[in-house]
Design a binder for this molecule. Structure first.
Ligand code: CA
Length: 225
C-alpha cells in the first residue's frame, strides 16, 4: 500500500483527492499548511507527497526547499499556477512532477505511480555486510570471504532478512510471517530446517556458530564473528 501525504489548504479539494486516492487503494493523510506538512513528512515518512503551492503559511516552493534539505521523498506539485515560470520554479525547488489544477484523479494516480517507479530505481547500494559476509539483494548473491555461497531462493531470503537485522534476535514466528508470508505460523520446522541448511552452507555448526546464533526458546540472530 502506498502512503500518500496531501498538503492542501482547500478543504473541498483535500477531501475529494483524499477520497479518490483512498478508492484507488492508497493510505492517505493530509495537512492543511506547509509547516504541518513538513512535520508530517518527517513523522509519517510517506511514500509520496502531493503538494499545493498556494498555502496559507508558506509558499509551496519554499516548503519544498526546506523539505529537500532533509528528505528525498518524491513530491508531485498540484497547483492552479500554469505559467511555465512557476512550473520551472517548482521543479528547480525539488519537485519530481507537476500537475495543473483542475486535473482528474486518473492523471494524479498515473503521475504518483511514475514518480514512485523512478524513486525505486534510484541506485543506492542496498548490499549488506556482516563481517566477511555480504548479501546483495539486487543480484541475489551472498558471498562469504569473497566466495559465492550457493543458496536456494528461500535460503537467500532468510539470510537477507537476518542480515538486514544483524545483531538483533529475530523470532521464528517473525520469520514465518515475513520470509514465508505465513501469518498463522505453525510450521516451525520449516524455519529450523532452512536455518540448518543455511548454517551448513556458511560452513558452521549449531555447536560452533560463527554468524548464525540460535537463542534457545527465542529465535535466531545473525552477527559478525
Ligand atoms: Ca491552495
Amino acid at each position: 500500500m502506498v502512503h500518500v501525504l496531501l498538503i492542501e489548504d482547500d478543504a473541498a479539494i483535500r477531501s475529494a483527492l483524499s477520497r479518490a486516492l483512498t478508492d484507488r487503494g492508497h493510505a492517505v493523510s493530509s495537512s492543511p499548511t506547509a509547516m504541518a506538512g513538513l512535520n508530517a513528512v518527517m513523522e509519517e515518512r510517506p511514500d509520496v507527497v502531493v503538494l499545493d503551492l498556494g498555502l496559507p503559511d508558506l509558499d509551496g516552493c519554499e516548503m519544498l526547499r526546506m523539505l529537500r534539505a532533509v528528505s528525498q521523498t518524491p513530491v508531485v506539485v498540484a497547483s492552479a499556477r500554469d505559467a511555465e515560470s512557476e512550473i520551472v520554479r517548482a521543479l528547480n525547488a525539488g519537485a519530481d512532477d507537476y500537475v495543473i489544477k483542475p486535473f482528474g484523479a486518473e492523471q494524479l494516480e498515473a503521475r504518483i505511480k511514475a514518480v514512485l517507479r523512478r524513486a525505486v530505481q534510484e541506485p543506492s547500494d542496498p548490499s549488506i555486510a556482516v563481517g566477511g559476509l555480504t548479501v546483495d539483494p539486487l543480484s541475489r548473491e551472498a558471498r562469504l570471504d569473497g566466495a559465492l555461497v550457493e543458496l536456494s531462493p528461500k535460503e537467500f531470503d532468510l539470510l537477507h532478512y537476518l542480515a538486514a537485522r544483524q545483531g538483533r534476535v529475530v523470532t521464528k514466528r517473525e520469520l514465518m510471517v515475513e520470509v514465508w508470508q505465513l501469518p498463522y505460523g505453525g510450521a516451525d520446522k520449516t524455519v529450523d530446517v532452512h536455518l540448518s541448511w543455511l548454517r551448513r552452507k556458511l560452513g558452521e555448526t549449531a555447536d560452533e556458530p560463527r554468524y548464525l546464533h540460535t537463542i534457545r526458546g527465542v529465535g535466531v540472530k545473525l552477527s559478525a564473528p
